[in-house]
Write a protein that binds this ligand. Structure first.
Ligand code: HEC
Length: 161
């Protein structure tokens, strides 16, 4: 919405350009066209730039909405409430150590969760309870079990996609 507010002055400017371009009336416009060749055309070009440069990107950005922060098929639009909660928890509790493309996490202390084989919910819950594979390299019990299962649901849905 702020984006639209930002664009409105430009759109008004575009409208003003059109108005001025055509306010000479059809007769004068025709005369100008025949004598000076394409004055309206010269004014139409900046307008075209406006449409291509501002209006279309604005529509695309507005359409992205919910998808911000996700990429491709991993966008958040099709997450359930529980998965969305898992995503938020992952950002807080896991992304500092793990990579996960779906949230743009780039942690390097722990393994890249897109790259270590299938992420089943059981495996993720197990990792949270034991601390990774239980060798003391990942802290155990980072999250209470309801939160762990939300994270597990989310990670198993998006990992390696
Ligand atoms: C302090 C850093 C750190 C944090 C925070 C952390 N991890 Fe880990 N994690 C690790 C390390 C290091 C390993 C590899 C050691 C191992 O597998 O025992 C690991 C391993 C894992 C594995 C792989 C286990 C397997 O089966 O191979 C999973 C899954 C995992 N972490 C999930 C998570 C989740 C989910 C969170 C957030 C709740 C999280 N981690 C938070 C460091 C971390």
């Amino acid at each position: 919405m702020e984006l639209l507010a930002f664009l409105i002055p430009f759109l008004l400017l575009g409208g003003a350009v059109v108005f001025i371009a055509f306010s000479g009336g059809p007769g004068k416009a025709r005369e100008a066209y025949l004598t000076r060749g394409g004055r309206g055309f010269k004014l139409a070009i900046p307008l075209l730039y406006l449409v291509l440069g501002a209006v279309i990107p604005a529509l695309i950005l507005a359409g992205r909405g919910q998808a911000a922060g996700g990429n491709g098929s991993l966008k958040s639009a099709d997450l359930s409430e529980e998965e969305q909660r898992g995503k938020d928890l992952f950002r807080q509790a896991c992304s500092s150590c793990h990579s996960l493309d779906a949230v743009n996490a780039r942690g390097v202390t722990g393994p890249d969760l897109d790259a270590i084989g299938q992420m089943t919910p059981e495996r993720v819950i197990g990792a949270i309870e034991k601390g990774g594979t239980g060798q003391g390299r990942m802290p155990a019990n980072l999250l209470p079990s309801e939160d762990a299962s939300a994270v597990a649901e989310y990670v198993s849905k998006v990992a390696a996609r």
